[in-house]
Design a protein around this ligand. Sequence first.
Ligand SMILES: *Cc1c(COP(=O)(O)O)cnc(C)c1O
Length: 373
Amino acid sequence: MRETTRIVRAMLTPAVSGEPMHEGPVFAAPFHVTGDPAGVPYSYGRSHNPTWTALERALGMIESGENFNARALNFASGMAAVTAVFGSVLRPGDVAVLPSNSYFTARVLMEEYFTKMGVDLRMAPTAGSAQGDLLHGARLLWIETPSNPGMEICDIRALCGKAHAAGALVACDNTTATPLSQKVLELGADFSVVSDTKSITGHSDLLLGHVAVRDDNLWSGLERWRTLTGSIPGPMEAWLAGRSLATLPLRLERSCENAMRLAEFLKGRPEVARVLHPGLPDHPGHTVAVSQMRMFGPVVSFVLSSRAAAESFLEAAELVTDASSFGGVTTTAERRARWGHDAIEDGFIRLSAGCEDIEDLITDIGQALEAAR
Ligand SMILES: *Cc1c(COP(=O)(O)O)cnc(C)c1O
């Protein structure tokens, strides 16, 4: 069976007459346990839950490669997943190498907490795989490709090779691409970290995250962290995520296709100073992106002349909902500099292509660009 078929059928129950086709969410804090809890699969809802088990099995399948089976653990949010990797790997004196342009909150978490507890932080940009020059003595290389929101690309295979030679573990924030499009464990990463708030669940209505690994010891460290810190998803979120998985291939293919078409359209417009999308042949990371991604992701960033132009564009666009986040079925965009987090232009827009009809999107975005002149 090919991957799409497996994903569509991943949450089905075994075919037993009279049984439901899908499990419902299991709402439980304590489970019934008589006497010795050893060997009882479910005892308390902070440690395990059957709804997680079903979702994690499906996510593990998506994260697996030709020759290995990955194991996934879900978390309360993408940031809970990020924290689990930092927390289970890093100890005082360890060196962590982060992208200087990484997802903002991951950087702040590292700077506000982990460096204050003795972790030594080094940073370099994603573009050009520049982090590869900082690996001497490192414990953890943290990469993010395509980076959010700058859409910079680094070479996952090459960086994993260098990091492993230097004795470091590699974690890849795979949120923008998703593991359906980019198999980072197969490319050599030790951890695939994903905010499932984005394309994996895709309906802009919940927060969730996961980490996938192939190594059992890394898995145990993450699971221990999750149980001790309680950074667990609710059963309802996990169930909704499982329900969304069946449409992941359809949703992602459509939004990646729409993103590609919009990137090409924006490129031809005089109002647009720059378009950042790894699928464009003149993107500096395009060749590497082609070698490691099956689809180029739903995000297109582009730059208008000013803050005023970006704001007028967002106001004039009827099919582009002004909202943060990305990866939903609805097209959204925001003037990213409004948060003040990243070193980007005032007119920088991060757009997430949804699943609407592309002709409607092009017409609407075209008129909004004219209104923003
Ligand atoms: C959104 C995001 C996160 C954090 O995920 P949450 O689910 O919001 O906690 C981490 N990394 C990247 C690249 C993201 O886009």
